[in-house]
Design a protein around this ligand. Structure first.
Ligand code: NAG
Ligand code: NAG
Ligand code: NAG
Ligand code: NAG
Length: 325
């Protein structure tokens, strides 16, 4: 990944110099890829140097509870405006995210919704600190930050509403209550945190599939194509793999609540004991569920969506030949 980013950033830089010859001399920032760290063991997070500080009115916060938490504790800049290197470092320090995965996500966020020329992306919305790209190569408006719907942020999220029908940036109690319902119903028991309190893969499978069906009915502009399906199940896998207490790898409903509701690390929490990569997360395996549910993509009920139309004839496993691949 480091290599890909190293290739992409000079490319963008070269592109920007073509469009506006003066740009290269006027404050472009070279993106730094930090070395792979050896500090990747279990540790208690936060440390004393990173207490929770609530965001102020000017601080950017967005749809990702993990990034919001890192900014609230100062692992990311408190104003929510970060460089590629800061994101890679912070996601490792706070969550033990593996170097290449962190680089891929930070790179995607930067290219899709940030200003790669200045090496800055907002973990929330548009910021006066992040101007339009040189030559306005991504349109006349400043980059939207990861809150802006359509590239990084997408439909059928767990705790944010679809952009077309509600608030796609801030935590939604009603959706979270639904997740708690599925946790109570399908979660594991714990003598410490209670029966039905441990969030499992099964919980996420059932909840995500229910959210998809729900949004198919409610959102006439639903976009749930293969790319979004992968990312959105990836998010569920992230919650299980990065929010769990590193000491035993389990994620209690109470711990999950601290990240989602309060955007703070729970007391006495430990980051995972090994670097977390996509290997082993199997987001698509999660989408396939227990075998009773097939992969599901598409648009609103009765519509295949652009991607669905292309793929439906290639796959005879359609459940109803209508909207499920
Ligand atoms: C990122 O971490 C590396 C050590 O792994 C350190 O040398 C570097 O200064 C850090 N960068 C930032 C922006 O904090
Ligand atoms: C929790 O579940 C166990 C079985 O796993 C059961 O024996 C116990 O009574 C349950 N506790 C409560 C409070 O429901
Ligand atoms: C969130 O913070 C409030 C105030 O500190 C606390 O009472 C509540 O228990 C916290 N909720 C979770 C889920 O951690
Ligand atoms: C994490 O696990 C340790 C060891 O079992 C426990 O002492 C601690 O309370 C747990 N933390 C949370 C947030 O569950």
């Amino acid at each position: 990944m480091g290599r890909i980013v190293l290739w992409i950033s000079p490319l963008l830089w070269a592109l920007s110099t073509l469009t506006t010859p003066a740009a290269a001399d006027s404050g472009g920032v070279i993106i730094v890829v930090p070395p792979v760290s050896t500090d990747t063991g279990i540790k208690q997070i936060p440390d004393a140097a990173h207490p929770y500080v609530a965001p102020g009115p000017g601080d950017q916060r967005g749809p990702c509870p993990g990034l919001n938490t890192l900014a609230n504790h100062g692992y990311l800049p408190h104003n929510g405006i970060a460089s590629f290197e800061q994101i890679v470092n912070a996601t490792r320090e706070g969550f033990n995210m593996e170097h290449d995965l962190a680089g891929a996500l930070a790179g995607f966020a930067m290219l899709a919704r940030g200003n790669a020329f200045l090496d800055l992306v907002s973990i929330g919305g548009t910021s006066s600190l992040i101007p339009v790209l040189p030559g306005a190569i991504d349109g006349p408006n400043p980059p939207g930050g990861i809150s802006k719907h359509g590239r990084f942020e997408g439909d059928v999220s767990m705790t944010r509403q679809d952009a077309a029908i509600g608030d796609n940036v801030n935590f939604q109690n009603s959706l979270y209550d639904e997740l708690l319902l599925y946790t109570g119903r399908f979660g594991d028991d714990s003598p410490i945190t209670g029966n039905g309190s441990i969030v499992t893969t099964k919980v996420m499978q059932e909840f995500k599939y229910a959210r998809f069906l729900e949004d198919q009915v409610q959102n006439k502009a639903l976009q749930y194509h293969v790319g979004r399906l992968t990312l959105s199940y990836g998010e569920a896998a992230f919650v299980l793999n990065f929010f769990a207490n590193g000491t035993d790898g389990t994620l209690s409903q109470q711990t999950m609540g601290s990240f989602f509701r309060n955007q703070t690390f729970p007391a006495n929490w430990h980051r995972r004991s090994t670097p977390g990569s996509t290997v082993g997360f199997r987001p698509l395996g999660m989408a396939q569920g227990t075998g009773t549910k097939k992969e599901h993509c598409g648009g609103p009920v009765g519509h295949l969506g652009t991607w669905g139309q292309r793929m439906v004839h290639q796959d005879e496993r359609n459940l109803n030949k209508k909207y499920i691949l």
